[in-house]
Design a protein around this ligand. Structure first.
Ligand code: MN
Length: 498
């Protein structure tokens, strides 16, 4: 059930004022809450209960321990009783891991017949958590606050979202991203400050000459290629010209060779995301389309045309979605269907869309590609099922990174597109194409996105808070006047809070 061996620490706050008995009860109740949460199928990581914090020294020591424990990827705090918040300042200043403040209570209901002052003094998170919230706010902490009864589904779901995001944040602490070829000529939005990205987001972006990769591809053995081909034949609906004996089988053979070589290259270097560039394919048989699709399906991040920010974002979204239904891909806004009342945007890429979003068994096909000047590439072709999703981007504004997330509604294509042999999705950006695309363009969002039907904007909000980056949401509530105002306010905020 658990998505990784990482852990979340549960830290309960109190103080010495209440005496031994109360503190014993506080510790017991915390244990029971954590036990209950760990038993829940909704909770994706193990939660470890820590001794109650009763002093400044306790607070500082536990946060320092959380920082240095590799398995601890986030801290949940809860004030069972009142816990004077000045004592938390040192600990909170030291903490370097994601923080969630859980505003709950051990008992669900007020015991009307039994309640007395002792009960109230023991069960006073209603006021203890406000004191803690004050110091978080005073210290300008960007924290997730979850309110509700700890056994309830909505509380556990919000906790679970944040845990998945914390897990992805941990994954990106050492995220190595390989760029095969540079950023495409003169494209602005896909470029950015890689030094700042490493400082703020953990992305370590390395350039690799395509020749380094070609060496790996050329070293692949016949047996390895044959094995790969048998995997393709069993997983996909292979078009006649791409089958064994077909005139374009050679392209599938070369794609298999690319895949074995590229996997080895990435694995040896612990690389989690990569970019390609169709202007930099020297020594390659074809644009590596099929391999990029299949590596994405295995959890690698991908960005086309040197887009390392989107490659990293796709990786992060894939880690967030681990164990969910996994529908997450690199995507690109391509062309519009501007029918009155129901305008939509066709999403695709040259080749590289992840088959995790396929509505049915993908077709393996080989067709010519108009750009790139290489042999006809193999690719998986499929449609995307209708449903709700999000499209996300991270852009570099010069003084900060901005994340933009748009709710989208994937709809069915009206008719088959027999002359368009690439994977695709058709969606309506919320609240509609006019406002959705207007807001996106005003905000400077990229044509490339991380797209997911497994995640919601709540995941991305949690991520932006942990990363400390700007976040703009475009959804059914967006109106352009407020959106412009929000961007202008953010401009001032980030000028003052650099
Ligand atoms: Mn592109």
């Amino acid at each position: 059930m658990k998505i990784s061996g990482n852990e979340i620490w549960f830290i309960t706050g109190s103080q010495y004022l209440y005496g031994e008995d109360t503190l014993k009860q506080v510790a017991e109740d915390s244990n029971k809450i954590v036990e209950g949460l760990n038993k829940s199928e909704k909770i994706p990581l193990n939660i470890i209960v820590k001794p109650t914090v009763k002093s400044s020294e306790d607070a500082y020591n536990i946060m320092i321990a959380a920082n240095s424990d590799k398995k601890c990827i986030g801290v949940v705090t809860w004030m069972h009783t009142f816990s004077p918040a000045k004592m938390w300042i040192g600990g909170l200043k030291a903490l370097q891991k994601p923080l969630l403040h859980l505003h709950t209570q051990y008992n669900r209901e007020i015991p009307w017949d039994e309640i007395d002052m002792d009960f109230m003094n023991l069960n006073q998170s209603a006021h203890g958590d406000r004191e803690f919230g004050h110091i978080l706010s005073r210290m300008r902490y960007r924290v997730k606050v979850v309110v509700g009864y700890w056994q309830d589904a909505d509380v556990q779901e919000k906790l679970a979202v944040w845990m998945r995001v914390a897990n992805a944040w941990d994954d990106s602490r050492d995220m190595r991203i390989a760029r095969f070829g540079d950023n495409m000529n003169n494209v602005a939005v896909t470029d950015g400050d890689k030094v700042e990205a490493e400082i703020q987001l953990g992305y370590h972006v390395d350039y690799y000459p395509i020749g380094d990769l070609v060496e790996y591809i050329n070293a692949v053995t016949e047996a390895e290629i044959k094995h790969m081909l048998s995997v393709y034949d069993s997983l996909y609906d292979v078009a006649p010209n791409a089958q064994e004996g077909g005139k374009d089988r050679i392209s599938v053979f070369e794609a298999a060779k690319q895949e074995v070589g590229m996997r080895r290259f990435l694995e040896e270097r612990n690389i989690k995301a990569f970019t390609t560039n169709f202007d930099a394919l020297h020594g390659m048989h074809q644009l590596p389309g099929l391999v990029s699709q299949r590596l994405m399906a295995d959890g690698y991040g991908f960005g086309g045309e040197g887009d390392w920010k989107t490659a990293a974002l796709v990786r992060t979204m894939k880690v967030m979605a681990a164990g969910l239904n996994g529908r997450t891909s690199f995507m690109e806004d391509y062309t519009y269907h501007m029918t009155p009342g129901n305008m939509s945007a066709l999403q695709a890429h040259m080749l590289e869309v992840c088959p995790s979003i396929a509505s049915s068994k993908p077709k393996l096909e080989v067709h010519p590609l108009g750009i790139g000047g290489k042999a006809d590439p193999a690719r998986l072709v499929f449609n995307t099922p209708k449903g709700d999703g999000i499209a996300a981007t991270i852009i570099d504004l010069g003084n900060r990174f901005r994340m933009i997330v748009n709710d989208v509604k994937v709809i069915d294509i009206e008719k088959p597109m027999p002359k368009l042999p690439v994977a695709n999705a058709l969606w309506i950006p919320m609240p509609n194409l006019q406002i959705g695309a207007q807001a996106w363009i005003l905000a400077g969002g990229a044509h490339h996105t991380g797209f997911s039907m497994s995640l919601t904007k709540e995941y991305m909000e949690d991520y932006a808070d942990i990363a400390g980056i700007e976040m703009l949401i475009i959804d059914e509530k967006t109106n352009i006047r407020d959106f412009k105002c929000e961007m202008r306010l953010n401009e001032v905020y980030y000028m003052l809070n650099k």
